[in-house]
Design a binder for this molecule. Structure first.
Ligand code: FAD
Ligand code: PYC
Length: 417
């Protein structure tokens, strides 16, 4: 990673800005950067990479209040799938899965993408009907998904309990074989290294605390904890905190922020071959390459910015895991943590221009934006470079909440958050 010398900070317009300009005697100070992105998660770093790689905009800074990948990118359970119901969602999430399929080669960095299959369990008639509808809708959209009986589900995932005596017996499952997992911090670091190689400045410990607009209302600079930085193109990818950041430019968004938590067990030898999710009992689980069982819990019931969730929620999840996989009853949990997810009313994201010229936003991924990382990054970069959306993100506007063109995607949550 590049080190930030006094010269680089001066170039970026930090601290000495006024003296520098008066020496220069320019009435219209030049922007320090052609584009700035707020948030060094996978989405923000990826957007900087695609702006530099595909759109030739290389004078870019990514500003991060903490450290690279320290937000939700480094806190999630890494489930990747595109088995969403609606056409708009299938296009968006499968765009991402296709990019995942070549991401390690694209970045020359092993993001450990593993298409081990994501299986969603049905426990009642309603689940069966909903999942079969998804299977059919997905196939119409060219997205793989198939229906399995309970016995077939057990062949695919041997630790699964398919006993008829369960509180919620398993009636079948929907399996997306192209779904799977990746190594979350590798994704952040892969994009960071590739963007850095193209000349992007990644500035950690730099919190954006204000957005300045010129007399026409357009973006002209950001105020940060390290000084003012000028730019006319500003992308916000600050998952969990988007409404706070957009509020600095006077834009209100229909978002709520909730803590979401996960936990991992002690590491064991490979015992769990795929990803399993259960909406009804509420649990999802996979095994990392280190051997830990990676288990996700639900969101807290109230909005908050604390990066931890209530203990009763993870206890409930562990009860569900033990019911589905009795062989894990004696496993010990190593650690738990939380992140803040921002949720829209229709549970679909916003990747769009805002009413403020020069200001773009990528947010509202709720509990499910890791899987979208390369797709969201690619589409945010496109929208910023061309000042108009790609056909894939054209439906994901802010205005849909005013006009009623919602993309009401229950599959976005996957588990009952
Ligand atoms: P982040 O990685 O959060 O990056 C945003 C960055 O912005 C942060 O680093 C933050 O510090 C920075 N920032 C915020 N405000 C400012 C500011 N004012 N100035 C500068 N920087 C700022 N998704 C899935 O698809 N599959 C899953 O299995 C899954 N599981 C999850 C489990 C948990 C426990 C959690 C919390 C989330 C899960 N998600 C999952 C959701 C997923 O993690 C997120 O949607 C995704 O990682 C968002 O990526 P990002 O790059 O937009 O955000
Ligand atoms: O979207 O698949 C998902 C997911 C799993 C856990 C959190 N989100």
């Amino acid at each position: 990673m590049r080190l930030y010398s006094g010269f680089a900070l001066l170039k970026a317009g930090f601290n000495g800005q006024k003296n520098w300009q008066s020496l220069w005697r320019s009435p219209e100070p030049k922007p320090a950067y052609d584009a700035i992105i707020i948030g060094a998660g996978g989405h923000g770093l990826g957007a900087a990479y695609y702006l530099a790689k595909q759109h030739g905009i290389r004078n870019i800074a990514v500003l991060e209040k903490g450290w690279v990948g320290g937000g939700n990118t480094g806190r999630n359970t890494t489930i990747i799938r595109s088995n969403y119901l609606f056409n708009e969602s299938a296009a968006l999430y499968d765009h991402a899965v296709k990019l995942w399929e070549n991401l390690s080669q694209t970045l020359n960095y092993n993001v450990m993408f593993s298409q081990r299959g994501v299986m969603m369990l049905a426990h009642n008639v309603h689940d069966v009907q909903v999942f079969k509808r998804h299977v059919h809708a997905n196939r119409c959209n060219g997205v793989d998904n198939e229906w399995l009986s309970a016995e077939q589900a057990k062949v695919f995932c041997p630790p699964l309990n398919i006993s008829a005596n369960m509180r919620y017996p398993i009636l079948g499952a929907a399996l997306q074989r192209r779904g799977g997992t990746a190594r979350h911090d590798a994704v952040a670091w892969g994009y960071a290294r590739a963007a850095d190689d193209l000349g992007v400045d990644i500035i950690e410990n730099c919190e954006v605390i204000g957005i300045r607009r010129d007399a026409t209302g357009a973006v002209e600079a950001v105020e940060t904890s390290r000084g003012l930085i000028r730019t006319k193109k500003l992308g916000v990818s600050a998952s969990g905190h988007t409404s706070v950041v957009l509020g600095m430019a006077g834009v209100r968004l229909p978002l709520e922020s909730y803590p979401l938590q996960a936990l991992v067990s002690e590491p064991v030898k490979p015992v769990f071959p795929c990803v399993v999710m259960s909406n009804t009992i509420h649990a999802y689980i996979s095994q990392s390459d280190k051997g830990e069982l990676v288990i996700g819990a639900g969101t807290d019931a109230y909005t908050s910015y604390t990066q931890r969730g209530g203990l009763h929620i993870s206890s409930h999840t562990l009860e569900a895991i033990c019911e589905l996989f009795p062989m894990f009853r004696r496993m010990r949990m190593l650690r738990n943590w939380g992140g803040i997810v921002d949720v829209t009313p229709d549970r679909s994201p916003i990747i769009a221009k805002t009413p403020v010229p020069g200001l773009y936003v990528n947010c509202g991924w709720g509990t499910g934006g890791f899987k979208a990382t390369p797709g969201a990054a690619h589409l945010l970069a496109w929208t910023m470079a061309k000042d108009e959306p790609h056909t894939i993100n054209a439906p994901y506007t802010i205005e849909r909440f005013r006009d009623g063109y919602l993309i009401d995607e229950a599959a976005a949550a996957a588990v009952a958050h």
